[in-house]
Design a protein around this ligand. Sequence first.
Ligand SMILES: *Cc1c(COP(=O)(O)O)cnc(C)c1O
Length: 359
Amino acid sequence: MDRVYNFSAGPSMLPLEALERAGKEITNYQGSGMSVMEMSHRSKVFQKIFDDTQAKFRRALKVPEGYKVLFLQGGASTQFSAVPLNLIGRTGKADYAVTGNFAKLAWKEAQKYGEISVAATSEDQNHTYIPAQDQLKLDPRASYFYYCANNTIYGTEWQYVPETGEVPLVCDMSSNILSRPVDVSKYGLIFAGAQKNMAPAGLTVVIVREDLAGHELPYTPLMLGYKTMIDKDSMYNTPPCWCIYMLGLTLDWLESQGGVEGMEKIKHGKAKLLYDVLDDSRLFTCAAQPGSRSDMNVTFRSVSEELDAKFVAEATAAGFTNLKGHRNVGGMRASIYNAMPVEGVEKLAEFIKKFDKEN
Ligand SMILES: *Cc1c(COP(=O)(O)O)cnc(C)c1O
């Protein structure tokens, strides 16, 4: 089989150039005589990979002074615990916006560690929208305000950065990081699992304002303390070396595409193409409400579950894979992260049009 257009929500497509370069270097990285997978993380060769990747990442998101970028393990879900453990100590309280599955999991986990308020929820309409700024119930005594920038399962995305005054913003950007510019200085902490838009699963990137670290609850596991990892530059223990290397290759590709500014233009065009075709169709409706729709995960359904199943089966046979929606939403979901070529989206749009006509 040829490479397919893989619309998986994650792990998902990586840039072909990055994969090919990794393939070329897989047994002997730049004359070192070994694979990056076989290298000591304390070696000079690996340290250079690490430093270069850090520099490329900081450049891509224009991470300002005063912020540390950490390359950790444990997935985004480990941050659901690490965030409250490290940050809630200041007042014992935090505000959460519950706009989807992962935000809800984070909110539940945080309740173990302090007094957690629901600052907003979209559960009343099955998470099909993002609450507006004036719907947020903000507590000025909260240690932080937590939200998830892109709701991978429901296909909604915050179109604004919440205003929370002095309360630090904490954001899960797992499924839209590097797809658009971000004013990092507005945030206390940003985290993202790598497997949607950056690298293979196994790496979690945390961007943390340095003054927020070092105030963790006393029983915080050593490995979950941001200070532990800041002091050791992410290498208290063995970091996810291979994934860090792959992130470096993805970032090289990203730079060649005009960086996050370039991505922002492309990704919005890709998403619009699908939303326009779906809105114009007879059979399909989009799950997310206009104004809240994600540019990364397009959720939609046809008129019946039978027709949804037929769509997914025929799409798979035509080389468009992993379009079945998450069980919480049903229907279909097309995840179109940075590495999904425009051509893949154009062809899927054509396929949707044809299916709409024929059924
Ligand atoms: C996938 C995802 C997660 C979970 O990531 P893991 O690395 O599997 O723990 C969390 N938040 C968002 C927004 C996601 O898309």
